[in-house]
Design a protein. Structure first.
Length: 138
């Protein structure tokens, strides 16, 4: 397990496409609040260091072994390429999904997925540069 996840005081677990959207909404806003607190000289723990967001997103289709895959993602560190994102990043991604035809999903799967599953896959694809995988070994 990633040490940044296991050494925080709070882990906010977000499930599915709505969870991914929630993480992309809350995480940059928490960073903005922390920046404001720092600028005002407010004492206290660094909110971005004591809280970590993690999304668990299932692959809607089964693999060749009839197993479901799960993707675990967290926000990239602010000093890594792709991070940090601004507070309205997720809104721009959702707008892009709404205006794109097909949402970047492969044609054969369009009839197999619900609208929520298609949106979740599209959001994951577009947000991937700001996310990092958390590897899990059973």
């Amino acid at each position: 397990m990633n040490t940044t996840l296991t050494h925080t005081r709070a882990a906010v677990l977000c499930f599915g496409g709505w969870g991914l959207q929630t993480m992309l909404h809350l995480s940059p806003r928490m960073a903005a609040v922390q920046d404001r607190r720092k600028a005002l000289g407010i004492a206290g723990a660094d909110l971005t260091k004591v809280t970590n967001f993690v999304t668990l997103l299932p692959e809607p289709l089964l693999d060749h072994n009839d197993q479901s895959l799960f993707y675990m993602r967290q926000m990239r560190p602010s000093d890594a390429p792709g991070g940090p994102i601004d507070p309205y990043h997720v809104e721009r991604l959702l707008d892009k999904i709404d205006t794109q035809s097909g949402n970047g999903i492969e044609r054969p799967t369009i009839g197999l997925l619900t609208d929520a599953e298609r949106r979740a896959k599209a959001l994951m694809r577009l947000a991937e540069p700001a996310l990092e995988a958390i590897e899990h070994t059973p």
